[in-house]
Design a protein around this ligand. Structure first.
Ligand SMILES: *Cc1c(COP(=O)(O)O)cnc(C)c1O
Length: 532
């Protein structure tokens, strides 16, 4: 080998060339800043044909600028979602404290499998998990958890513990022909299907309990279902309650769910299923749990204080969970992936534990420090802990309270505006969160009356599909007519979660995760509807 060329190669790609790196980072930063002059989602169109037809690898070693140039068009052509007109879904702009954390993480590139491969980054994960656990469970004694690559995987952990509770040793022996089910609400996230399918329970054995009009699981129907299942000797692995449904922010009553399931399990003398709470979206409102409404140090408006009062009654329910899913990359405005799976009692991780014999190349692993002994993943990124600890401490609890309250405030403002338009109907008026789901029907229709008739099942199939077409058509019409520099980008869901008589109800949707969205932008949504 030409040693000189080899040394050049190593020097270019494996030394810290601070000046060169800083220059390129600063160029990338300038490119991101230039997004400000653009409207959302219109940066550059894709060229998928060439992506497949022209796979690419340079022949000769280059330099760091070649690395930059190779990715730059795709980087430029990707929207950072910093624009305050992005309201389509549960995605916010990532905050800059998280950026510092995530970049720091990339520079060290720890692997959280064992503490030998991650040293103090492993300690940071413990700190991040414990901090989040204290927000969620309030005063908890012995929580533990790990960061995963997403809410889906965090829910997967909760469900897996449930299977081990119901069929001890299933990790080794499999499901042994038992009929085993998981339960969630009809408004639960589709990751519940993914989890049931991938865990071998089968999507057909995921039981979805209908919700009330506030997207909260009907505990009376849960009670009936649990009784029916247990009397048929079916094993219930887990209940996955939702704390903040993705579209409408429905919140399940975890305390009532636990009490109901517990009394049925006692009656039939079977082990309790795992009570897992999917708080992927909703966890963040627990920043407001301790807010002093009486002295109101942040001077929130009276209607915001009322919203906070409701929030405080909801977050109490989280204390009844065995485990929770928290997506910091959603309302935490953190970088992907920053999802956490947290158990309230560390001993529950025994259901996932493997012995050192099962993990040969971690032969010196110690269960007290080395997550690889119970995690699904082997190599595990540390972006989550870095993004979380940097964001929580950069922004501070008070800062978070302002951010979350502002989201609630904007959602309420839009709800109030829309409820004054008779051909609109706010569908999630009774939930307290950052999202709004609503109908827009043609002028002249009474949306409230149509909705009530739908709930009472008085509409024919034909009428229902006509109204659904109208709602979609007006959404598409606004999309065609909108001024991308002025009008917010909204989302659309074919079923917002409440399904009276099994009917899927479509909805327009707006989610207020961007702190830079203004009152004028919110009001303009209502005006743009009136102009249709
Ligand atoms: C987003 C979401 C998930 C899935 O989380 P990912 O991080 O996207 O995998 C699960 N549950 C709820 C309620 C969600 O909103």
């Amino acid at each position: 080998m030409d040693r000189q060329k080899y040394q050049e190669l190593v020097g270019t790609f494996f030394e810290w060339n601070q000046a060169e790196l800083t220059k390129i980072f600063s160029e990338l930063l300038s490119a991101v800043a230039a997004e400000k002059s653009l409207t959302p989602a219109q940066i550059m169109s894709q060229n998928y044909e060439t992506a497949r037809a022209n796979p690419e690898i340079h022949v000769l070693p280059g330099n760091l600028k070649d690395a930059r140039d190779a990715i730059f068009p795709y980087f430029w052509g990707t929207d950072s979602w910093n624009n305050p007109l992005h309201l389509e879904n549960v995605r916010g702009p990532a905050n800059q404290a998280s950026l510092i954390g995530a970049l720091a993480c990339l520079l060290k590139n720890p692997n959280l499998c064992t503490d030998r491969y991650s040293q103090r980054s492993n300690e940071l994960e413990v700190k991040a998990i414990t901090t989040l656990a204290n927000l969620i469970y309030y005063h908890t004694i012995d929580p533990w958890g790990v960061f995963t690559i997403g809410g889906t995987i965090s829910n997967f952990y909760g469900a897996k513990i449930g299977i081990e509770r119901a069929i001890p040793g299933a990790m080794q022996t499999g499901l042994q022909g038992h009929r085993i089910v998981g339960i969630c609400s009809q408004a639960g996230h589709y990751s519940n299907q993914t989890v049931a399918g991938w865990l071998g329970i089968g999507t057909e054995n995921l039981i979805e309990i209908p919700t009330d009009e506030n997207l909260s699981m009907r505990v009376d129907l849960l009670d009936e279902k649990v009784e029916e299942l247990l009397s048929a000797k079916v094993k219930i692995a887990y209940i996955c309650a939702t704390f903040g449904t993705t579209d409408g922010f429905g919140i399940d009553d975890v305390k009532a769910i636990r009490q109901c399931v517990q009394s049925r399990c006692e009656k039939w003398n079977v082990p309790m299923p795992q009570i897992h709470v999917d708080a992927a979206v909703g966890w963040a409102i627990s920043m407001l749990t301790d807010y002093d409404r009486r002295n109101n140090p942040l001077q929130f408006e009276p209607y915001v204080l009322e919203l906070i009062q409701r929030v405080q009654s909801y977050t109490e329910g989280l204390r009844y969970a065995d485990s929770v899913t928290i997506d910091f990359h959603k309302m935490g405005r953190g970088h992907y992936p920053s999802s956490a799976f947290i158990v309230n009692r560390r001993e529950d991780l025994k259901y996932l534990a493997r012995s050192v014999n099962d993990t040969p190349y971690f032969s010196d692993a110690d269960a007290r420090r080395d997550p690889a002994l119970f995690t699904l993943e082997c190599s595990r990124p540390a972006i989550g802990p870095y993004a979380v600890v940097a964001s929580l401490n950069g922004i501070g609890l008070t800062g978070w309270q302002m951010l979350i309250a502002r989201s609630l405030e904007m959602a309420q403002r839009l709800k109030d505006r829309l409820s004054k338009i008779e051909y609109c109907k706010v569908l999630n008026a009774g939930t307290t969160g950052p999202s709004v789901n609503w109908w827009v029907l043609p002028k002249g229709r009474n949306a409230e009356e149509i909705f009530q008739r739908m709930v009472r099942n008085e509409l024919t199939e034909e009428q229902r599909s006509r109204y659904a077409r109208e709602i979609r058509h007006l959404f598409d019409k606004r999309l065609k007519m909108m001024d991308p520099a002025l009008d917010a980008r909204l989302g659309f869901t074919t079923s917002f979660g409440y399904c009276p008589h099994g009917i899927n109800i479509p909805a327009w949707k707006a989610v207020f995760f961007n702190p830079k969205t203004t009152d004028e932008m919110v009001d303009r949504i209502a005006t743009s509807i009136e102009e249709l």
